[in-house]
Design a protein around this ligand. Structure first.
Ligand code: ADP
Ligand code: GN1
Ligand code: MG
Length: 368
């Protein structure tokens, strides 16, 4: 059975997957790629795989992206040398019959396939401080593992991905163009951004001044990009590797604060529900420092709390830009969806701002 818009059976035939295609259905809640969980009958046993169509309008060079993912997953796999559960602790790519890590279909789409990690779950909204701690530990460990990846600089799959000033410039261009005539409805949101324009350049400046180093970062550290083991509660595997590339550690810590401290969803319409819960921030900070603490320099450490505010602002800016441009980038599921997402981000920015002193105090206490 295949009720999808893509020919998943045809894709299956290109990969070195033994057995018969049974079914496939959309999976997860990503905004960019198309993800499917596929069932294959292997000699009477139903096995699952994850298939993903890479959005090549956004990731303009899928072969270069897949080269990164091959390098990253192979490096992690090697470092897991003695672990009995290696295929649950890193994504494992399935090769095609030609030995490639991706294939293309007749419509020019690029596809990859992964071993499905069973008995683990991803969460869209954090439930416990334990989850926040384990998530941050997993992303910190991911950065640490990649510190010595051989083979030179990784490819930049989307240039300037976390360059917040450039993201604001893109918003300003969308405001000037006002193609959909929506600018008049979002003046409050525009003002919110412009008031914070100067500080939005802080990390890029520190990086240009050599105060914070380039590292290999994940760059999309949403809570739902870590698989949490159903039995142990450990963050067993970091997934969604399209944006793994050179970056600042703050991009990762900041997006964890954005996605793992509020009790509300990214697109919550009831804004009073949106807030940064300090206990979740504390769990994130402790979890992250547990695995990444020993390689960070003092300036990197000092700007961790600020990064939560910055990345939340940046993603809000991107949602607002997309709203003004007529929803051309992120998948949307209702009218005004991107504007709802933007408002949620800005509400969270305010909540983070109001707790910044306390966040810094906690950091200083932990550092001692
Ligand atoms: P997107 O870019 O669409 O967010 P992800 O790679 O994060 O794509 O995959 C979407 C969801 O599919 C994840 O949140 C996770 O629940 C699930 N998923 C992805 N890869 C695997 C895997 N190898 N095993 C099990 N589930 C997976
Ligand atoms: C997108 O693909 P997904 O849903 O994991 C986006 C991220 C945003 C996120 C907001 C390539 O991530 O940068 O932070 O949506 N990915 C890309 O939820 O733009
Ligand atoms: Mg994802």
């Amino acid at each position: 059975m295949n009720e999808n818009k893509h020919d998943l059976k045809g894709v299956t035939e290109q990969f070195a997957i033994y057995g018969d295609f049974v079914s496939g259905a959309p999976y997860g809640s990503g905004h960019i790629n198309d993800t499917y969980r596929v069932a294959i009958n292997q000699g009477g046993t139903k096995m699952h795989y994850i298939y993903q169509r890479i959005n090549h309008l956004i990731f303009k060079n899928p072969p270069a992206l897949m080269e990164n993912i091959e390098r990253v997953t192979e490096h992690i796999y090697k470092k897991l040398a003695d672990s009995p559960n290696k295929t649950r602790e890193t994504l494992v790519l399935i090769k095609t019959h030609n030995g490639q890590s991706y294939c293309t279909d007749n419509d020019g789409n690029y596809w990859r396939a992964y071993v499905f990690i069973e008995d683990a779950t991803t969460y869209d909204v954090v439930e416990t401080t334990e989850q926040a701690f384990k998530t941050a530990q997993a992303f910190g460990d991911f950065q640490k593992t990649l510190v010595d990846i051989p083979g030179g600089r990784l490819n930049e799959t989307i240039p300037d991905f976390h360059d917040t000033p450039k993201r604001i410039e893109a918003l300003e261009a969308a405001i000037t163009a006002d193609t959909m005539g929506l600018v008049k409805d979002v003046q409050a949101e525009i003002d919110f951004v412009l008031q914070r324009k100067e500080e939005a350049a802080l990390l890029i400046k520190l990086s240009a001044d050599g105060k914070i180093p380039e590292r290999i970062t994940h760059n999309d550290t949403k809570l739902n990009n870590v698989m949490i083991d159903d039995n142990s509660g450990e963050g067993i595997c970091v997934i969604d590797l399209d944006t793994v590339m050179p970056g600042l550690v703050h991009y990762d810590f900041g997006d964890m604060v954005r996605t793992t401290t509020s009790p509300a969803a990214e697109d919550e319409q009831d804004l009073p529900k949106v807030r940064m819960r300090f206990e979740m921030f504390e769990a994130l900070l402790r979890g992250y420092l547990d695995t990444a603490g020993d390689f960070l320099n003092p300036t990197e450490l000092e700007y961790l709390p600020f990064s939560g505010k910055l990345i939340t602002l940046e993603i809000g800016v991107r949602f607002l830009t997309d709203y003004l441009q007529g929803d051309i980038y992120f998948k949307t599921h209702r009218d005004g969806h991107n504007l709802d997402r933007c408002r949620t981000q800005f509400k969270l920015v305010e909540s983070i701002e109001s707790q910044m002193d306390k966040m810094m105090q906690l950091l200083n206490e932990i550092k001692k």
